[in-house]
Design a protein around this ligand. Structure first.
Ligand SMILES: Nc1ncnc2c1ncn2[C@@H]1O[C@H](COP(=O)(O)OP(=O)(O)OP(=O)(O)O)[C@@H](O)[C@H]1O
Ligand SMILES: [Mg+2]
Length: 512
């Protein structure tokens, strides 16, 4: 079982925290944990729901006993008056927490229950808490099942006597391991379904079922709308330049292994890639996971903030929870500044919510123990909260500038290759000189424009076609010169350049 969560819950109840709020979709699992906990603490466990009222589900009084009171207010009064220590689980109580008299009552209970060793556990799939109760209530997220729990579930699924039909299990130890890992990120119920489906599909449980469980998981994660599994074809070799960053990444290939922990290395936390538009921030971010052979998850900040106000916090919690359950994993957050734009009371009505969500996120980055490597990209510095940039949050802040000449040569070569041309056949020197101030994206576009030209003329692509396209382009670094300058100025003492290449005097500015 999830020892971290169980221990925390146990500790809080022993320490006489009276109001706990457990957020989970897995009601049964949470109840099982509470049941065991009640047993070790020798306290009766009561459950309340609007349909069944208040009743004892474990302990001295006997299962099913209890007043069966359904009225929420009356139930709380009863709890107060009952004798002796006990744990009360209130299911879906969040809907009743809105009324002023209810808020008052719960707050009163919060202080009154302490000496009597009674605890109220609010159990609900959504976190919805009136401001007034925030300080009195301790919130806990039930983590998704661990590897061990899923492994046990797999054993149970295979050995279930009720599955009368015959099936074969052909799993080598490594397949079994992969199958359990494939289910990580699912709830117990979802994993149970995924295993059951894998079994009935062809009555054989073997390595072929791993993929099916993985796709089931993709579905589930996509449905949440907050995270997306990302398949990437690009590799580090598809990124031109950025030698410092590449070296940094290469050196950390084994940084998530047990070996690294034993060696004494802390878990890498993440990086922020700042920089000029079109210079490959998103591109390199995507390749990191592949280089490290980890899954890549993309977090969509706009989805986190969608939904009705008040639920964004919940979205953030559930996204980070899912990411953790899939660890080790790379969590890519593209254009992170967009999420922060509402923080400083920009007049938008939900500035408070945004600030809180951002706070939740930053705290998570700081405190997460699971190996979730965050790769955030941004091209706007003003919107970024200073807390994100503080040392210790992330491992490094990199600045991605316009590519220098040697880097442009690499980018030309990469993209010529992509369109099935042999780079040696082109005058790279001339192209590099002509494309000063160009971003990688603009270089790519110039090659494509050149291809159109030559294709239209029914002949092979030549250097002059690309040169013409370059001359016809006004690079962003020229049209947005001030912005680029501002960014560079900002980065000078705050970020680490992704490249060691010296700036040639002739290449100081983007368009000189
Ligand atoms: N250094 C590079 N090496 C190879 N290709 C590059 C490089 N930089 C940019 N490109 C090409 O340009 C495309 C766009 O770049 P990308 O989206 O990664 O830029 P970005 O820095 O994320 O820009 P933005 O700030 O607009 O999001 C890439 O998909 C790639 O094809
Ligand atoms: Mg980008």
């Amino acid at each position: 079982m999830h020892t971290g969560f169980n221990e925390e819950l146990d500790r809080l109840i022993r320490a006489r925290y009276t109001l706990l709020y457990v957020v989970t979709w897995e009601e049964d699992r949470a109840l099982r944990i509470l049941m065991r906990l009640a047993e070790t603490q020798r306290k009766p466990l009561y459950e309340w729901s609007i349909t069944n009222g208040l009743r004892c589900i474990h302990g001295a009084a006997g299962q099913g006993s209890g007043s069966r009171t359904r009225d929420p207010m009356q139930m709380l009064n009863e709890v107060l008056q009952k004798d002796g220590p006990a744990i009360y689980v209130l299911k879906d109580f969040h809907s009743y927490l809105e009324a002023p008299e209810m808020i008052r009552q719960v707050r009163d209970l919060g202080s009154a229950l302490g000496p009597t060793k009674k605890t109220l556990v609010f159990l609900s799939p959504v976190l919805k808490l009136p401001r007034e109760l925030e300080k009195d209530m301790t919130i806990l997220d039930l983590p998704l099942p661990t590897y061990e729990e899923l492994s046990q579930l797999l054993d149970e699924s295979i050995g279930r006597p009720s599955s009368a039909r015959k099936f074969q299990v052909r799993l080598r130890p490594q397949d079994r391991d992969a199958l359990v890992k494939a289910a990580q990120g699912l709830t117990m119920k979802e994993a149970e379904n995924a295993f059951a489906q894998a079994i009935v599909r062809d009555n054989v449980l073997d390595a072929q079922d791993i993929q099916a469980v993985v796709s089931e998981k993709r579905q589930v994660i996509r449905k949440s709308g907050l995270l997306e599994y990302y398949d990437v074809a690009a590799d580090l070799a598809d990124v031109g330049g950025m030698d410092v960053l590449k070296d940094w990444l290469r050196k950390r290939v084994r940084a998530f292994s047990d070996e690294a922990r034993t060696y004494g290395l802390p878990q890498p936390r993440g990086i922020l890639l700042m920089g000029v538009q079109g210079c490959g921030k998103s591109l390199v971010a995507k390749t990191i996971a592949r280089h490290w052979q980890l899954p890549l998850l993309r977090m969509d900040m706009s989805m986190i903030f969608q939904g009705y106000i008040g639920s964004s916090e919940q979205n953030m919690r559930s996204a980070t929870k899912t990411a953790e359950s899939l660890a080790p994993v790379v969590l890519w957050i593209d254009e992170i500044e967009k999420a922060f734009s509402g923080v400083e009371g920009s007049g938008s009505s939900d500035a408070g919510t945004t600030a809180r969500v951002v706070g939740t996120f930053l705290t998570w980055i700081q405190e997460k123990t699971a190996p979730v490597f965050v790769v955030a990209t941004a091209n706007e510095v003003r919107e970024l909260p200073p807390e994100l940039l503080r040392k210790g949050r992330l491992d490094e802040i990199f600045f991605v500038d316009l590519p220098r000449s040697r880097e442009r040569a690499e980018i030309f070569a990469i993209h010529l290759h992509k369109v099935r041309r042999e780079p040696m056949k082109y005058d790279l020197h001339e192209l590099v000189e002509a494309s000063r101030g160009f971003s990688g994206a603009e270089i790519e576009q110039a090659i494509i424009a050149g291809l159109h030209e030559s294709f239209f003329d029914n002949r092979e692509l030549e250097t002059r076609d690309i040169l013409k396209a370059i001359h016809d382009t006004v690079p962003l670094s020229r049209t947005m010169r001030e912005k680029v300058e501002e960014l560079r100025l900002w980065a000078r003492d705050r970020a680490r350049p992704v490249t060691t290449l010296p700036e040639k005097s002739s290449e100081k500015g983007p368009d000189e």
